[in-house]
Design a protein around this ligand. Sequence first.
Ligand SMILES: O=C(O)CCC(=O)C(=O)O
Ligand SMILES: [Fe+2]
Length: 270
Amino acid sequence: MELNTEFLTDEERRLTSEFFDKGYVIRDAEDRPGLDRIQTLVAGIAADHLGLDAPSDPGAFLNEIHTRVTGQTLNDLRLTVFNRMNQQEGFRRDYFSQARTVLGMLVGNEIAMQRRVNLSIQMPDDDSSILPVHADVLSGDSPYEVVQWTPMVDCYGTKAMYILPPKRNQEVQDSLKNYPDADALMEDIRDDLVWIEIAYGQVMVFNQNLLHGNVVNAEPETRWSMNCRYKGVFTPYADKRLGEFFEPITLRPASAIGIAYQLPGGFRDA
Ligand SMILES: O=C(O)CCC(=O)C(=O)O
Ligand SMILES: [Fe+2]
C-alpha cells in the first residue's frame, strides 16, 4: 500500500522507507543507562542462578556463558532469567525506552506491548535453541505486529539472526505451501537472506511477517538477545489477545475517555 507521507517529518519519512525496503531498522538504543541496567540485571540473575557473584563485566560474562553451562542446564538458566527479569520492576519500561521514538514512528503512539519479553540464548554449536525459518504471522500473530529485537552482546555472523527482504519474501510467499519442509525453503532463499549484524548498544525493529530465523551459532561467543512484540492498541488482534498476551502501555487520554464513556439515557439508544 502506498502511504501518504506528506504529513511526516523528514526523519519519519526516512525511517518509513527504510522499514518498507529492508523489513527492519537498526538504531542506537535510546536510553543507554536503561540498556545497561537490563544487561546488568540479566548477567546478575544468571550469575546468581549459577552460584556466582555478580560479574564486573556483564557483557563478557554473557558472551562466555557456554564455559559455565551445558546444553542440559541451559534451559533451566534461560527460564530463571526470563522469569526473574520479567518480574523486575521497571524492566519492561527500560526495554520499551530503547526504541520508544522508533516504535512511535513505525507503529503509532498508542501501543500495546507483549507482557513478557522473550529471551534467547544461543551457545556455540548448540542446536537446541534454533528457530528454523518462519514468519510469526503464519502461526497466529497479527500482521500488525512488529518485533523489537535487542542484543545483550554483539551479534554477527551465525551468532546473528537473518531476515528475508520484503521483495524476495513477496516472491516466495505464495509458494510457501509447496515446500515440503523448512530445509527445502531454506535452500531456495539462502542466498537472499540478510544477516543482521548488530552491536550491543543498538536495537532492531523488524517486520515479523517476513521470513526470518537463525542457525547453529558457529562463532566462539554465546548470543543473548531479547525480542518483544508491539502493535497499535486498536489494530486487529489474532491469537495473541489484548489483556492476555498484549497490554496497552501508551493509551492516550482521548482513548481512555472514549472507552469509558457511556451515553446518557435517551441518546441514540433507540
Ligand atoms: O532471535 C532470533 O534469532 C529469532 C527471533 C524471532 O524469531 C522473533 O523474535 O520472532
Ligand atoms: Fe520469529
